[in-house]
Design a protein around this ligand. Sequence first.
Ligand code: FAD
Ligand code: ATP
Length: 585
Amino acid sequence: MGMASNLRNSVSSLGLKQSTQNKLAFSARIMTTSTSSNPSDDQLRLRQVPELDAVEMGLVVSQSFERYTSSTTLNRPGKGTAIVWFRNDLRVLDNEALFKAWLSSDMLLPVYCVDPRLFQTTYIFGFPKTGALRGQFLIDCLDDLRKNLINRGLNLMIQHGKPEEIIPSLAKSFGAHSVYAQKETCSEEVNVENLVRKRLGKLVLSSWSSSSLSKDEFENKNSSKSPKLQLIWGTTMYHLDDIPFTSSSIPDVYTQFRKSVEAKSKVRGCIKIPASLGPAPSVDDWGSVPYINQLGLQSQKVSKGMKFVGGESAALGRAYEYFWKKDLLRVYKETRNGMLGPDYSTKFSPWLASGSLSPRYIHEEVKRYESERQANDSTYWVLFELIWRDYFRFISLKHGNALFHLGGPRKVEYKWSQDQKLFESWRDGCTGYPLIDANMKELATTGFMSNRGRQIVCSFLVRDMGIDWRMGAEWFETCLLDYDPCSNYGNWNYGAGVGNDPREDRYFSIPKQAQTYDPEGEYVAYWLPQLQALAKDKRNFPGKSYIGQVVPLKFGNVNRNRNQDKASTVRRRNFRAKQATQQRP
Ligand SMILES: Cc1cc2nc3c(=O)[nH]c(=O)nc-3n(C[C@H](O)[C@H](O)[C@H](O)COP(=O)(O)OP(=O)(O)OC[C@H]3O[C@@H](n4cnc5c(N)ncnc54)[C@H](O)[C@@H]3O)c2cc1C
Ligand SMILES: Nc1ncnc2c1ncn2[C@@H]1O[C@H](COP(=O)(O)OP(=O)(O)OP(=O)(O)O)[C@@H](O)[C@H]1O
C-alpha cells in the first residue's frame, strides 16, 4: 500500500474533519521521516525526539487539542484588550495565563519578548547564559506556539528587547487594561516582573503633567486605570494554592513534602479551552521568529545522540509516543536509570522547562493510561518524579537566592577549589574516567544528559575534584535544553551537600556506577568511539588504553591499599545506612 493511501486510511479511521485530513495530507507531502529501517544502525544513528513523522504528529496534536477543547460555548465576560505575555509557558493547552487573559477581554494580544539578558553570561563564571542548542529549542517553541495560536484565531507578536520596555509600550498602544503572565519564583525573573509592574503603573500617571489636576488628585483618580499585571501560577503539577503549606512552611525534606501533598492535595484538571481564542487585534507587524544568529548564537548541528524538537506539538507527540505508541510507561520504573537512547525515560524535561508541556497534562495522561491500560509502580513513578520537580520549585519560593549561594540553603562553609584546568577537563570530557567523559560529551553534543549521568558527574566534580559546585551548575545552565533554575540549582545543592538532603555526603563511586549502569560499556563506547575496540568489561576501565586520570577517586579506585579500602568500606556502610532513610530523586 502506498504512503498516500496509508495516510488516508489512518486519518479517516480517526474520524477527523475533512479540513483536518487535508491539512495532515499536506504536511505529509512537505516533511520527510527520519527513521532508518536498518536495525543494526539503531544504536548509532541520530535519534529525533519524538521520532514520529509529520503525519502522525499532526494527528496526535489535533486529537490532543480536540480532547481539551470545550464542547460547549464558553462565556467570555471580559471587555477591552488584554495582553498575554508569554515567558516559560510556551503552550496553548492548559495555559492558565492565556485562558484568564482571554476571559478578561474581548480582544487578546499574545506577546513574546526576546530578552537580550537571556543571551548574555551566567552570573559568576561568565559562561554563555543560553547555549546554542537551547537557543534553537526556544526558536522551535516560538515557531510552534505561533502556529498553534494562529490555528485558534490569534497570532504571536515577537519583539526583541526587555519586557519592562516592550510590554508597557504595547499596553499603551493597544489600550490594554491587563497583562497576564505566568508567575516565576527566582530573582532574575521576579525582578523583571517587578519592573514591568512598576512601569505599567506609571502609564496613566505619565500624562499627569498635561492634566489640570494636582499629582495626588490625578493619582487617586487614575491609578485604577493603569494596566494591571496579573501573575498566574502555572509551572507545577500541584497548584501553589492547593498545597498544604505556606511558602515559608514548605518542608525541607522531600519525602515529607511528597507525603503531605499526596495525602492532602489534588492535582487540578487541565483547562478546557474554546475552539477560537480570537479575534486578534489588527497589527501591522507581528515580528518574525528569530534566527539563531539574531540571538547572538552560532548554529550548532546535533550530529549524534538525540535531537530534541522544540515546541508544544513535539511535546504532545512525545507524550503520545512514550505512553501510548511505545507503551514505555509500563516499565518506566525499571528503565529510568538508563543512559543511552530516547526510551529509558520520558524525556519530557525540555518541554516542561520551556512550558511547552503542562505537568497537569502529563498527570491526566498517566491517569488515562492507568484506566485504559494498567496502573503499576511505573505509572506512579512518573508522578513521583514530577513531585520532585514541584518540590524544587516550591523550595525556591522558600529559600530565595540561597539556592544560588555557595553555602546553599544550609549556609554550609567549605573550602571549594576553582581550579580552571580541572574544571575544563570535566567540562570538555577529558578527565580520564570514561563514564564522566561520555556524559559530558553527550551534554555538549545534544544538550541532554540522563538523571543518572547528572548525579554521577555532579558527584565527581564536587567530591572527587572538590570544585565549586556553582561552576558545574552554571555550565549546566549553559548547556541543558531543560535548564530550569529551580531543578538545576536545587539538584546541585543536593549533590554538593548544601541543600536539604539528609544524606549530606552523597558520593557516587564511578567504578560501581559503571558496573551497575553500563556493565557492557555500551554507553561509554557510544560517546567515546576509541573504546569500541576494547573488550566490553574493559571499556569503563581502560587503563593505559585511554587518557590519564586527572584526579584519583576519593573512594573506589582499583589500585588501593587495604587500609584505605577498609576505611572507605566503613564510610560507605554508614552512608548506605543513611541512604535507606531517603529515596533518591
Ligand atoms: C545536577 C543535576 C541537575 C539537574 N538539572 C535539571 C534541570 O535544569 N532541569 C530539569 O528539568 N531537571 C534537572 N535535573 C533533574 C533530572 O535529571 C531531569 O529532570 C531528568 O533527567 C530529565 O529527563 P526525563 O524528562 O527523561 O526524566 P524522567 O525520569 O522521565 O522524569 C520525569 C520528569 O520528572 C522530573 N524530574 C525527574 N527527576 C527530577 C529531579 N531530580 N529533579 C527535578 N525534577 C525531576 C522532570 O521534570 C522529568 O521530566 C537535574 C538533576 C541533577 C542531578
Ligand atoms: N533564573 C535564574 N537563573 C540563574 N540564576 C539566577 C536566576 N535567578 C536568580 N539567580 C541568581 O540569584 C543570585 C542573585 O544574586 P545575589 O544572591 O548576589 O543577590 P542578592 O540580592 O545579594 O541576594 P540576597 O539578597 O538573597 O543575598 C545570582 O546568583 C543570580 O544569578
